[in-house]
Design a protein around this ligand. Structure first.
Ligand SMILES: [Zn+2]
Length: 433
């Protein structure tokens, strides 16, 4: 049986899928109720009425039901309210619902005329169609609704209700999702199992688990601070090496000599970005090459960024975390100062970090470090963030890390010349202004 709906007055329409044999008009069929499922649905339906009543008690009379899904072990309840419920309101609602169910109110069903029901204060749902003769469901003395649904005989049979959460589903329309009956109990069992696992890991008792965990997180943070302190000299030395290797950008007045390649493209035969040109001095693990050896024509040059007298440091550094990388770009910049750009990339534990810093000479001209990183960040599957002279980006594709630093391209003034060159074709490059 897939669904049951009201049909002509007093009749129900059953929709079924036939899995064997054939059914012909005029034949008798035997319908058997799935008793366990029906009982679970009945619990949910009674729980829905109590939830409706208690929500109006907690939030106010305006919190009327706007729709609901009543399923075996689960309910979804939509109601009118103008704001998100805070955790206290949700907790209060859940406590009131369970309290009223445990008080075991009798559930009584009676019939009356529409006007009788209205004068008896029965809640009717907006938009529902009711006949002249209506069915009314009372729960104790706190809930009276027009309802055609299946209910438990007594409130306590509905079992516990556990509210999973609350959300917005439209303007002044909220939705609560909750578990009922055996489903709620299973949920508690499952959470208990999780707690047991945590308690085993922490070698403690459940009530001490939060304190223990807090202690260990504090200890971990302390250890990380200590590690950062011990790493400082090493990072400073690295910053010194990177600053020393920074590639000066020559002034190149006038137009490019005939035959010269546009700045930033790789000379024919040049290796893909990320490999060291033959004969270049090794500069450490993971080095992708500051740009000096790209060929005589290819250096960033005539105007633009970093421009005359500027310098450039672009490379990958081994095993450095996000915070350290930001420190590192800043330190390199501090050592060289002026009109320079530092772009560094690192990988740790499968995560990619990029960081860029631009010197005051560029920042003063309105450049932002974030622009330098935008394209590189995309290559490693992330987005660049940060303001002013310092930017960073994270990514999930370490396999593209070697391509990323070289793709770091500052915003240019004048017509864009990045012209969608696919990465990593353009190293950091500056065009004629
Ligand atoms: Zn109902």
């Amino acid at each position: 049986m897939l669904d049951t709906r009201p049909g002509l007055d007093g009749l129900h329409v059953h929709r079924a899928r036939i899995t064997g044999g054939e059914v012909r008009a005029g034949e008798d069929v035997e319908a058997v109720v799935d008793a366990a499922r029906r009982a679970a649905v009945a619990r949910s339906h009674s729980a829905t009425h109590v939830l409706h009543a208690m929500l109006r008690r907690v939030l106010g009379e305006h919190a009327k039901q706007q729709g609901s899904l009543v399923d075996a072990g689960r309910i979804r309840f939509d109601f009118a309210h103008f704001a998100a419920l805070d955790p206290e309101q949700l907790a209060a609602t859940q406590a009131l619902v369970n309290e009223h169910l445990l008080a075991d109110p009798e559930v009584t069903v009676w019939w009356a005329s529409r006007s009788e029901a209205e004068s008896a204060g029965a809640t009717a749902l907006f938009g529902e169609k009711y006949g002249e003769h209506v069915r009314i469901v009372d729960m104790g003395d706190f809930s009276r609704e027009l309802c055609g649904g299946t209910h438990v005989g007594h409130g306590s049979q509905a079992g516990p209700v556990h509210i999973l959460g609350e959300s917005s589903i439209g303007s002044s329309l909220r939705r609560i999702e909750a578990l009922t009956g055996a489903n709620a109990l299973r949920h508690y069992d499952h959470e208990r199992q999780i707690l047991t696992e945590l308690v085993d890991l922490l070698h403690t008792r459940p009530e001490d688990a939060p304190g223990q965990l807090r202690k260990r997180l504090d200890a971990l943070a302390e250890a990380e601070r200590e590690l950062a302190r011990l790493r400082q000299p090493e990072l400073s030395a690295l910053a010194g090496r990177i600053a020393a290797e920074a590639h000066p950008v020559e002034a190149r007045p006038g137009t490019r000599p005939a035959g010269a390649r546009p700045t930033g493209t790789r000379p024919a035969g040049a290796r893909p970005t990320g490999t060291r040109p033959a004969g270049a001095r090794p500069t450490g693990a993971g080095h992708v090459g500051a740009r000096p050896a790209e060929g005589p024509d290819a250096g960033p040059g005539s105007g633009g960024i970093p421009g005359d007298g500027g310098w450039l440091a672009v490379r990958r550094v081994p095993d450095v975390g996000p915070d350290e990388l930001r420190t590192l770009v800043t330190e390199v910049l501090n050592r060289r100062g002026g009109t320079g750009v530092v772009v560094l990339a690192a990988e740790r534990a499968g995560k990619v970090t990029l960081a860029a810093a631009i010197g005051s000479g560029l920042a003063d001209r309105g450049h932002e470090a974030r622009e330098v990183l935008a394209r590189a960040a995309k290559i490693v599957g992330g987005g660049a963030g940060g303001k002013g002279p310092l930017a960073s980006a994270g990514g999930r594709h370490p396999e593209h890390l070697d391509e990323a630093p070289a793709a770091a391209t500052p915003r240019r003034q004048g017509p864009p010349s990045g012209r969608a060159a696919p990465p990593p074709a353009r190293p950091y490059g500056c065009t004629t202004a």
